[in-house]
Design a protein around this ligand. Sequence first.
Ligand code: AMP
Length: 118
Amino acid sequence: MCIFCKIVNKEIPSNPVLESDDFLAFHDLNPKAPVHILVIPKIHVESFNEVSGEIMEKMTPFIQEVAKEMGVEHSGYRLITNIGANGGQEVKHLHYHLLGGAKLKWGHFADADPKDFI
Ligand code: AMP
């Protein structure tokens, strides 16, 4: 069973911020911003590549609710989902990183300059 499924099953602890029948939001163990929340479907879906439109339709308002809960809906935030090897996905269970609480830099993520691949 994957680590996020174990968190859903409460086999390993997390620091939750919001939960519904279908989704869970909890603090990232290794935060990259003052607010860094992971939002996951409770059902195991490997990545954005596999997620259904039906799940995303329900997940969208849940993520918006997490942003409100964390008080960043007006100040702004960033939503990221890493997919596969080149995307840098470490945990193979779909998760959105919700990052905020400060003006985020963009360059941090631009670590593969297109010029290097021409
Ligand atoms: P990714 O690289 O997109 O797969 O992101 C995985 C994220 O999960 C990283 O930001 C980790 O810090 C985070 N993480 C891993 N294990 C845990 C855990 N047990 N509780 C909370 N966050 C975790």
